[in-house]
Structure formats: structure tokens, C-alpha cells
Ligand binder design. Structure first.
Ligand code: ZN
Length: 235
């Protein structure tokens, strides 16, 4: 008798946990960390994009060391390229040692594209995109993530708008302002519901706010730690 009662309680508790778990995971939360650094979670999986980088590298945004401490255990780290304002081997090594996790970037793209096979409701496609500094090309990838049927595009540092221009129905496009500028100049139409303008210099923040704060579908990434949400329906 006691056993049955205990079983019932156990089952009810389990149901409650599952229900609460599901209702919490009906949105993807995207936190802007700095530069192109984003933390994306659905409450179950944690992805870090272009983070950890080197704080203040190339006069871009700094971050507190507490930011590294707050990284979730067993996260998946994805990098567009290895420049220090996007990627820090030293910081990454420190994080992985303490928290474990998986790391992907231009060095293991084929493994990255297989990531979707082991994760449910998640898929990532990599696009080799151009990133030249003083005429020298660096290995660089832009990414399209499809997660819970939502499309999130991560442009990185590329200056070419052609790749993003070929993708339809993007829910959130994270792009530097020069992608919008170049697209306009080249007559390329970008098909996205929302734009997150990232990779701003600290001194560009006031003008970015002025330019875009009243544009409904454009969010300048000016507030480090600001969170954005993409609602989705569970299947
Ligand atoms: Zn950069």
C-alpha cells in the first residue's frame, strides 16, 4: 500500500517536472554578451556564439570576468573565425577545463554540420563567407541555425551580403551594420523578420541608438547583457 502511494507521488512529481520543463522551454532566449558574442538557450541546450573572445580586443567591447564564470556547463561553442574580438583560445581553454563542452569553428565545419544529427529540433548550416583584412583573406563562416523551426542567421565579420540574401524567412538575422549598407548598395534584398545589429564599437553606440531605436524590426546590440526572445510552439 505504502509502495503504491509512493509510486503515485513519484509519477505525479515526474509529470509536474515534465510540464514545468516544457512550459519554460517555449522560447529561445538570446543574450547579447558583446561584439558578435551571443548566448542562446531554450532552457535545455546552451550555445555560445563567438564567445569567449578577448575582452577589449581591437578596441571593441570589453566584458567582466564574471561573464566567463557565468558560462553554463556542457555548452556548445561556435565561432565564425579565429580573430581575437571573436575568439580567445586562452579564455576558451579555461572555460572548457572547468565546465566541459564542445567547440566548433572553421577548423571542424564538417563535424559542426553533423551536430543536428545528435540534437533534436536543431540544425546548423555553415556558409564559407569572405573576410578580408588589408587584402588578406581569413577562413570565415556564417551560419544558419534552425532551432525549434526558427531560423537564426549569424553573419559574423563578412562584408558580402550575397549569402544572407539567398536565404528566405529568417526569424532573427544577426548582422553588422555594413551588411545592411552593402546589401542596399548592391540591390540585394534580405528576407528577415528581425535584425540584430551587432559588432558595434563602443563609440558607435549613441549613433546606433539614434538611427535604429525607433525602427521596429531592427535592434541595435548596444546593451551588453540584454536579452531577446523567440517564441516557438512545442510539437
Ligand atoms: Zn570582428
Amino acid at each position: 500500500m505504502t509502495r503504491t502511494f509512493r509510486d503515485i507521488i513519484f509519477t505525479l512529481t515526474l509529470c509536474l517536472i515534465v510540464t514545468v520543463g516544457f512550459s519554460q522551454s517555449k522560447k529561445i532566449q538570446i543574450e547579447f554578451i558583446g561584439n558578435c558574442g551571443l548566448h542562446m538557450t531554450d532552457g535545455i541546450l546552451n550555445f555560445y556564439i563567438d564567445f569567449p573572445y578577448k575582452s577589449g580586443a581591437h578596441n571593441y567591447m570589453e566584458f567582466e570576468s564574471a561573464e566567463l564564470d557565468s558560462i553554463k556547463p556542457n555548452s556548445i561553442f561556435i565561432f565564425t573565425h579565429e580573430h581575437s574580438d571573436h575568439y580567445s583560445k586562452k579564455n576558451l581553454r579555461k572555460v572548457l577545463k572547468e565546465k566541459k563542452g564542445q567547440t566548433f569553428g572553421p577548423w571542424n565545419i564538417s563535424e559542426l554540420e553533423k551536430l543536428g544529427d545528435s540534437l533534436s529540433e536543431f540544425n546548423i548550416k555553415a556558409f564559407k563567407t569572405e573576410h578580408k583584412v588589408f587584402g588578406i583573406s581569413f577562413k570565415h563562416y556564417s551560419y544558419l541555425i534552425t532551432w525549434h523551426d526558427k531560423k537564426i542567421y549569424l553573419s559574423g565579420d563578412t562584408t558580402n551580403p550575397e549569402t544572407i540574401g539567398e536565404i528566405r524567412n529568417i526569424d532573427w538575422a544577426f548582422v553588422p551594420y555594413w551588411i545592411l549598407k552593402n546589401a542596399k548598395e548592391q540591390g540585394i534584398e534580405i528576407n528577415a523578420k528581425m535584425y540584430g545589429i551587432y559588432h558595434l564599437y563602443p563609440e558607435q553606440i549613441p549613433s546606433a541608438k539614434e538611427n535604429w531605436d525607433k525602427v521596429e524590426n531592427i535592434k541595435p546590440m548596444v546593451e551588453q547583457g540584454e536579452k531577446f526572445f523567440i517564441k516557438f510552439k512545442t510539437k
